[in-house]
Design a protein around this ligand. Structure first.
Ligand SMILES: NC(=O)c1ccc[n+]([C@@H]2O[C@H](COP(=O)([O-])OP(=O)(O)OC[C@H]3O[C@@H](n4cnc5c(N)ncnc54)[C@H](O)[C@@H]3O)[C@@H](O)[C@H]2O)c1
Ligand SMILES: *[C@@H]1O[C@H](CO)[C@@H](O)[C@H](O)[C@H]1NC(C)=O
Ligand SMILES: *[C@@H]1O[C@H](CO)[C@@H](O)[C@H](O)[C@H]1NC(C)=O
Ligand SMILES: *[C@@H]1O[C@H](CO)[C@@H](O)[C@H](O)[C@H]1NC(C)=O
Length: 390
């Protein structure tokens, strides 16, 4: 009896599956039959709407930029190949802005010239924010070609595609690593750029490509040189979720949260005899909310044929010891700290002079506060033990 029951049920299931299959085929044929690629809101310029291509929009900083752009009524296309970003972040953004013509995600590799050209010919971009890159100093020394390829060569492709398709504005993610080890602090935009690792060199080369090209075109360019980025969305929708295999390479905030969670036994502070107030290295930390605000202001101020170059930092350095104290307070965990000898290649003190961006773009860091920024990031980290996977 049981057997018959099961058989009947499975026959019934089979029929349903068949019916669903046939329906799906018809829907598919119906949808395809008119054949022409219907124009979408993304493929035409629309007066009053600025369509921004955000490369690397599935990554940490890029996803926060997309959130802000959507909130400010921009139209956004993300291009990312998820090599280091998270589809989870894209899904959250899509959930927040599901209306047609707000956000589209294109899965593509920016090293693929044909794919990049296709994207530019099928979409009408008004501006590009180019975040996509690989971004770990240590990794860049071990695998320089990965850096020159995915930073310099991909930036060249983007600029070529922008030129070919007459996209008028570029906001480029650069870094304080392009300055190397300056003798004088704080770092101004006039500080000579003498990068000391392939990451900084690859970014400097990209800047050079962009600057030389801009002399021959009327593209409006803004190059933003970020200092050390921390924090995450104050409303807890997005966070920083690097690939687990990149933890080793990681930045101090990630290491601090890992220590607070017990994933690693503690923090290792390398170098306590630098010529700084407490002997540990000093860095300029900038909250991602402030950083993105600088991008939006840069986009608004970009003007044809001009290149604006700006440091984006607070102008105030914090020592590693101060950072760890703030992290202990933010997480409520008494993180274990080991003091070790210096790591080769680290420089004692790096902080920006942000007066140019203050004066010209009316930008100041309003949200950056070590303990507060880390508390916000920690809240997301604690609730997302496996990053965007839960
Ligand atoms: N995080 C920092 O402290 C910091 C400091 C200075 C500058 N920056 C710069 O900011 C930008 C963003 O950094 P982030 O911290 O968000 O890094 P991230 O790794 O979180 O994001 C980079 C994104 O780019 C994507 N990507 C990389 N190569 C790609 C390719 N070939 N094709 C398509 N997508 C690709 C990755 O999948 C990822 O989503 C980078 O340009 C980085 O150099 C970051
Ligand atoms: C992403 O792009 C890089 C080239 O920059 C490529 O080598 C890599 O295989 C791509 N990853 C994925 C998941 O497509
Ligand atoms: C970067 O470039 C190298 C080739 O040099 C490639 O193997 C790698 O997959 C690329 N992508 C990333 C995300 O590193
Ligand atoms: C600069 O920004 C502040 C807000 O941060 C604003 O109140 C002020 O009006 C702005 N000044 C100019 C000249 O736009």
């Amino acid at each position: 009896m049981d057997f018959v029951e099961t058989k009947r049920r499975s026959n019934f299931t089979r029929k349903i599956v068949l019916a669903a299959g046939i329906t799906a085929v018809f829907v598919f044929l119906f949808k395809r039959s008119p054949a022409p690629i219907t124009s979408t809101k993304f493929s035409e310029h629309e007066p009053g709407v600025t369509h921004v291509l955000v490369t690397g929009g599935a990554g940490f900083i890029g996803s926060h930029a997309v959130l802000r752009l959507l909130k400010d009524s921009y139209r956004v296309t993300i291009v990312d190949n998820l090599s280091r970003g998270n589809m989870g972040a894209v899904k959250i953004l899509q959930g927040l802005y599901p209306e047609p013509g707000r956000l589209q995600f294109i899965y593509a590799d920016l090293g693929d010239a044909q794919a990049v050209n296709k994207i530019f010919s099928e979409n009408a971009f008004d501006a590009v924010m180019h975040f996509a890159a690989v971004a770990y100093v240590g990794e860049s020394t071990a695998e320089p070609l990965r850096y020159y390829h995915n930073i310099t060569s991909n930036t060249l492709l983007i600029v070529e595609a922008m030129a070919a398709h007459n996209v008028k504005t570029l906001i480029y993610s650069s870094t304080c690593a392009t300055y190397g080890e300056p003798d004088k602090m704080p770092i101004t935009e006039e500080t000579p750029q003498v990068p000391i690792n392939p990451y900084g060199k690859a970014k400097k080369m990209s800047e050079d490509i962009i600057r030389d090209f801009s002399k021959t075109s009327n593209m409006g360019v803004m190059i933003l040189r970020y200092f050390n980025v921390i924090g995450s969305d104050p409303e807890g929708r997005l966070g920083e979720a690097p690939r687990p295999e990149l933890r080793e390479q990681g930045r101090i905030s990630g290491a601090c949260f890992d220590a607070a969670r017990g994933i690693i036994p503690g923090l290792k502070i390398r170098g306590t005899d630098y010529k700084t107030s407490d002997g540990t290295c000093v860095r300029d930390y900038i909250d991602v909310t402030d950083l993105i605000d600088a991008h939006v202001k840069a986009l608004a101020h970009a003007s044809p044929g001009k290149v604006g170059i700006y440091n984006v930092g607070t102008g105030k350095g914090s020592s590693v010891k101060e950072f760890v104290e703030a992290c202990k307070k933010a997480t409520g965990v008494n993180i274990k700290v080991d003091f070790l000898s210096r790591r080769p290649g680290d420089y004692a003190e790096v902080y920006s002079d942000p007066s140019k961006i203050n004066n010209e773009l009316n930008w100041t860091a309003k949200y950056t506060n070590l303990e507060e920024s880390l508390s916000i990031a920690w809240r997301w980290q604690r609730e997302h033990i496996n990053g965007y996977n839960g």
